[in-house]
Design a protein around this ligand. Structure first.
Ligand code: ATP
Ligand code: MG
Length: 200
């Protein structure tokens, strides 16, 4: 089973491509998208945890093998991966877990809470992302954590980020196609990301 954590503020097709392609490449039964309530290593999200979860739910709806989890919404404090993995070990005893992450996060991994424990509980699957050298990232990670099981999955490189989408939405520009249609509707209906005074 693959766990794919993130802020998903908002979820976009880069996330879905990563989830789908890793599921196929690693023959995972399920890839679970896990929105962080409070991301420990970045600024506070713009949309509420509940809205981000709803958008992830809409994005995976009708996609066999992709699901959304509330695991990090149910815990107080920063959403540490190590605690999420412990929770999934309880929920799904005996199931082999993989943690999926974008190449941009490889360099930060040693700064995460209890990285050694994370690597002991899960295989790490890094997906390629434009602007980041995943081979170098993996080399560094392997040097620091020789016992970690880490592999790279090559996926179509989509230069899309939630921050760039939020910026576009704040400017009243389109994010069509980059965000799944039901998510687009949800954003519009709930006026997420629009700058005050520019809402429509
Ligand atoms: P932000 O710009 O707010 O950081 P983001 O697009 O990076 O948003 P996150 O929620 O931070 O999205 O990322 C969740 C996970 O998805 C991370 O592991 C990240 O590396 C990965 N990811 C995000 N966008 C892409 C992409 N375009 N290609 C590959 N991986 C991605
Ligand atoms: Mg990010």
């Amino acid at each position: 089973m693959g766990l794919f954590g993130g802020t998903f503020d908002p979820v976009h097709i880069g996330h879905l491509v990563a989830a789908e392609f890793v599921r196929e490449a690693c023959r995972l039964e399920e890839v679970v998208l896990v929105p962080a309530r409070v991301p420990p290593h970045k600024e506070m999200p713009v949309a509420s945890a509940e809205d981000r979860f709803r958008m992830v739910e809409l994005a995976v709806a009708g996609r066999p093998g992709l699901t959304a989890s509330r695991a990090e919404l149910e815990r107080d404090g920063p959403s540490y991966t190590v605690e999420t993995l412990r929770r999934f070990r309880e929920l799904r005893p005996g199931v082999r877990l993989a943690w999926i992450l974008g190449a941009d996060l490889l360099a930060d991994f040693p700064l995460w809470k209890e990285p050694r424990e994370i690597a002991a509980m899960a295989d790490l699957i890094a997906v390629a992302r434009p602007g980041y050298n995943e081979q170098k990232g993996v080399q560094i990670l392997r040097a620091r954590f020789p016992e970690a099981r880490v592999e790279v999955v090559e996926i179509p490189r989509l230069d899309i980020s939630s921050s760039a989408l939020r910026q576009r939405l704040a400017e009243g520009r389109t994010v069509s196609v980059l965000v799944p249609e039901p998510v687009l509707e949800y954003i519009g209906r709930n006026r997420l990301y629009a700058k005050a005074g520019r809402r429509r």
